[in-house]
Design a protein around this ligand. Structure first.
Ligand SMILES: [Zn+2]
Length: 333
């Protein structure tokens, strides 16, 4: 599987289009990062072969002291500077040696497993501590083999929680692999509150409407992905065109009280490897703030927008309307 299963958008449970923008804001922009490959390893060899002009750089970037994909500090500095926070989704993958032997010599296996990291790695643990201490959200990046495997998802979630020392509430699937509604049933069953996998790696925009989805009409919500950085015009080639694309999404969000979300992979903050993407991210967030957006992580938005109680209440939720009344009363005082 790669990407959303075809027909995912037609699932009847996606008709809801809730736009709970917090008071005083024009729209919402949710910030997310999938932690795929914090170390540049096999990519260096690949780029050395395909990008002859920079061969020397790509080979030298394999040296452990260089680590161009280790961008946690830069991203945290940008967000701290702008006064915003994001969510970081961590992968818990099997090692290649734990997969069937027949997979070992396939290209897919190398794409999937080379550069794998472990949540037990001391540097990863230190980063998770820093993120948690600084009020960033830490979530799960479901592995390639998890979308249809509830036990695996449960174990992966627990592995992140063990390092975090707290509950994980949000998930995005690696490669946006999503079987609808099966994957969401699994996410909900293992105690996740939201999924952020509905979307495209090829197209940006509001293909799934402007609001939050509730596939099961309960407290489990889906935040459709509005922009994955790689779907935008290349900011290294033409920054203004890339920025104009972001600006059009922000304007559309503002006009429609939308809940928009963006995904910037940490490696795209390596200026040498992905020129322009870091600056584009910073400019996008600054612009969103200028336009009056609530900006933050999906987990924080879930709390601020009080998404645990569906607007219509659920069949089993006798207290739903009472909660809503209470909220109305709060807002009048
Ligand atoms: Zn991924």
């Amino acid at each position: 599987m790669s990407g959303n299963e075809s027909g995912a958008a037609d699932y009847p449970g996606l008709q809801a289009d809730e736009r709970p923008i917090p008071d005083g804001y024009e729209f919402a922009l949710l910030l997310t990062h999938d932690v795929d490959r914090p170390y540049k390893t096999y990519q260096s060899l690949y780029y050395a072969l395909t990008d002859a002009g920079n061969r020397r750089y790509h080979l030298s970037s394999m040296l452990p002291s260089t680590d161009p994909y280790w961008q946690f500090d830069r991203v945290m500095a940008i967000e701290r500077d702008l006064g915003v926070r994001s969510a970081w989704y961590f992968l818990v993958e099997q090692r290649l040696q734990d997969r069937p032997l027949r997979e070992w010599l396939t290209l897919d296996a190398w794409r999937l497993y080379a550069g794998r990291y472990s949540m037990d790695n001391p540097r990863i643990r230190a980063v998770v501590d820093d993120l948690a201490d600084g009020d960033w959200e830490v979530g799960l990046h479901g592995s390639y083999h998890s979308p249809r495997d509830r036990d695996r998802l449960r174990a992966e979630k627990r592995a992140v929680e063990d390092v975090l020392g707290d509950r994980v509430t949000g998930v995005r699937q690696h490669y946006l692999n999503l079987a609808v509604p099966e994957t969401w049933h699994h996410h909900r069953a293992v105690g996740l509150q939201y999924d952020a996998s509905l979307g495209s790696s090829d197209d940006y925009g509001f293909q799934h409407g402007y609001g939050v989805k509730r596939p099961f009409d309960d407290d489990f919500v889906v935040f459709p992905l509005t922009i994955m950085e790689q779907s935008l015009p290349d900011p290294g080639a033409d920054f203004d065109t890339a920025l104009a694309a972001c600006e059009s999404v922000l304007q559309e969000a503002r006009e429609n009280d939308a809940v928009a979300s963006v995904l910037w992979h940490p490696r795209h903050f390596s200026e040498r490897d992905f020129p322009g993407y870091g600056r584009l991210y910073r400019t996008l967030v600054e612009r969103a703030l200028d336009l009056g957006a609530w900006v933050g992580s999906p987990g924080a938005f879930y709390e601020v927008a009080d998404l645990s109680s569906p607007p219509g209440g659920t069949e089993n939720d006798a207290g739903g309307s009472a909660l809503r009344t209470h909220r109305l009363e709060d807002s009048t005082t």
